[in-house]
Structure formats: C-alpha cells, structure tokens
Design a protein around this ligand. Sequence first.
Ligand code: AP5
Length: 214
Amino acid sequence: MERIRLVFLGPPGAGKGTQADKLQNDFGIVKVSTGDILREAVSKGTTLGEVAKIYMERGELVPDDIIIGLVREKVLQFEQFVLDGFPRNVNQAEGLDRLLETLNKGLTGVIYFDVSNEEVKKRLLARRVCPSCKRVYNLITEPPKNDEVCDVCGVKLVKRSDDNEETIENRLKVYYQQTLPLLEYYERKALLKKVDGNQPPDEVYKNLLKIIGL
Ligand code: AP5
C-alpha cells in the first residue's frame, strides 16, 4: 500500500485536528500539529514557548525558521504523517518541499477542508479542551457527558486562549492573507483535494477516507 503523507489545509476551526486525530487512531498515521507542539512548549514555559506565546495570543504566525525546524524533526522520524496546520504560507511550503525532496518522502496529497466563516467562528467559540489528555470537545456538536468536564479524565475543560472573538478575527485575516495562496500552490502541483468540511465530523471523515483511498 502507498505510504500516506498529507497536508491538511483550512481555516482555523475547519476540523483539521479532529480529522487528523481520527486518522491517527484508526490507521496509525502520525499527526504532526505545529499548533499542538507550540502549545505544549508554552505550557512547559520553554524558550520556544515564551517566543511562540507572543505570536499565538495575537493570532499571528510564529516565524518560519522556528516552525520549519520543528517540522523537520518530526518528518525525519516518521514514514507516514499528516501535517496539521503546516505549511501556513508559501515560504513554509517551499521549505517543506526542499526538506521532503532530500528525504525522498514526497507528499501524497493536500486536503483542503472548505468551511464557511460563520461556521468556523461558531465552532471556535464553543471549543473546549481537556488540559490533561488534550481531547477536543465542542459544547454544541461534541459536548462532554457532564457539564464542561472531560469524559476520560474528569478534569474541568478549558478554552484555548486564542479562541476569543478578537484573536479569531485576526487568525482568519492571517489565514486569508497568507495561507489561502497555498491552494493555488498545491493545485499547480496537482496535489490539492477538496473536502466539504461543513458536514458533521463522521461524514467529513467518510469523504476524506474515500478521497485518500483508505
Ligand atoms: P493551530 O493550532 O494550528 O490553530 P488553527 O489553524 O487556528 O486551527 P485550529 O486548531 O483552531 O482548528 P482545527 O481546524 O484543527 O479545528 P478542530 O478540529 O480543533 O495554530 C494556533 C496558532 O499557533 C496560530 O495562530 C499560530 O500563532 C501558531 N502556529 C501554528 N502553526 C503554525 C505555523 N505552521 N506557522 C506559524 N505559526 C503557527 O475543530 C474546531 C472545533 O470544531 C472543535 O470544537 C471540534 O470539536 C469542532 N468540530 C470539528 N469538526 C467539526 C464538524 N465537522 N462539525 C462540527 N463541529 C466540528
């Protein structure tokens, strides 16, 4: 079977992380989420975390050289992966191309989760995360069994610090300015595949599996 090496593209709240988790759980395809790596660094208070925090709280992109270094470490380790939230601009995409070429590990597809602005805003404001196991919930679409408490750990769920109206607006602005041009970049390479991300998570997943041939 062909190795699976994907990039997940889409606006904040499109469901990239949700779908990458499903692929990881069902098929062992490693999820490499630059957002998760950065949030862990922030919570541990490392030097990387201290730098990243400033950008993340404003909804801006963390500098490319830092991010490309983080991704390099991960793609060296794994044969199959989903890059969730990377690349975010053309410079990062070119850096990724160079890296994968040296490793002889070409991408097998780039999945664009197409979701309306209104829907992503609604999802982000209702997202809650378990600070212990990191499971992601949604108070509207994927609520925990008991009021704002993790089903697995019993810990009180939290809101991501960038899931507030002001930062969401800025993340969307950055997405349209810097990340959207990647659709054309990957279309030219005949790698781009579109999934309707407005559907419920299991429907999106069914379509995703069909598209990537699993
Ligand atoms: P990052 O963590 O990558 O955030 P993002 O791109 O804004 O994406 P999200 O994690 O918010 O959304 P998602 O698409 O994964 O949605 P999810 O599945 O959680 O980046 C955060 C910050 O880190 C950036 O702003 C930047 O500062 C920095 N950063 C990260 N990568 C970088 C890079 N490469 N370069 C520079 N800086 C970088 O779903 C959202 C909610 O909706 C959840 O509650 C979920 O339960 C629910 N949901 C999911 N799917 C559905 C569905 N189909 N229907 C209904 N609800 C759904």
